[in-house]
Write a new protein. Structure first.
Length: 230
């Protein structure tokens, strides 16, 4: 999701790499679940988020949709899933009665990132600290790599960049397509990357299957058929 905001207004003005230390450690978030409430449809899920949830709680895309854990929204022209806040509590559906995350080991990438954000550049992305988003004021310093708790972070970052670039390509393509072909593209992407389960049993298998699907969609729709060499 694009955010047309001056970076200096929402951060400390610095950009970081995964090896840098930042004040992001909420010390277990004890007694606080503010970032799990009132988020609207802003917790957009990427394909790996759905794969992780399937691995962890044994619910596939269709089950998550039918049981109202997720919902579909149009984001920059594409149909993408996001976490669906519960109506009564306006809270994440995975928040338990004690205000704790019940899927913490399998939580989405945006949740792992918070209170950090990603700043995309021409040849990659770096991280920034969102200074107004987290209500906890006594955060400790932690290395970004440790905070994210993602195995093989280099491979994950490469995957995130590929997905980001692909969505940008789709957005550009939408401007050149007829209304019918826009519908075909958006539904095909939803079906190929989300509705169709990934058989992979580990992260490396997922990345391989994702790359195969990425290549297939690019070839089918004829835009940027050669995957960037990242």
């Amino acid at each position: 999701m694009k955010r047309n905001i001056n970076l200096n207004e929402i951060s400390d003005g610095r950009l970081y790499s995964s090896g840098d230390m930042v004040k992001a450690d909420c010390r277990g978030c004890a007694g606080c679940s503010d970032c799990c409430r009132g988020m609207g449809n802003s917790i957009i899920l990427d394909p790996m988020d759905l794969w992780r949830l399937k691995q962890g709680i044994k619910k596939d895309f269709q089950a998550l949709l039918e049981e109202r854990y997720i919902e579909l929204n149009v984001v920059d022209g594409m149909i993408l899933p996001s976490l669906r806040m519960e109506e009564k509590e306006d809270a994440c559906p995975f928040l338990d009665e004690n205000g704790r995350c019940s899927v913490h080991a399998f939580r989405p990438g945006i949740c792992r990132l918070f209170p950090l954000g990603r700043y995309y550049e021409e040849d990659g992305f770096r991280y920034f600290i969102q200074i107004h988003e987290c209500s906890r004021k006594d955060r400790g310093k932690v290395k970004i790599r440790k905070w994210l708790e993602i195995p093989n972070l280099k491979a994950y970052e490469a995957y995130i960049l590929k997905w980001h670039d692909f969505l940008k390509e789709c957005e550009s393509a939408l401007d050149t397509l007829s209304e019918e072909n826009v519908r075909i593209l958006t539904l095909f992407v939803l079906r190929k990357f989300y509705e169709t389960a990934y058989p992979a049993q580990d992260e490396n298998g997922f990345y391989s299957e994702f790359s195969d699907r990425l290549r297939e969609v690019r070839e089918k729709f004829g835009f940027c058929a050669n995957e960037p060499g990242r």
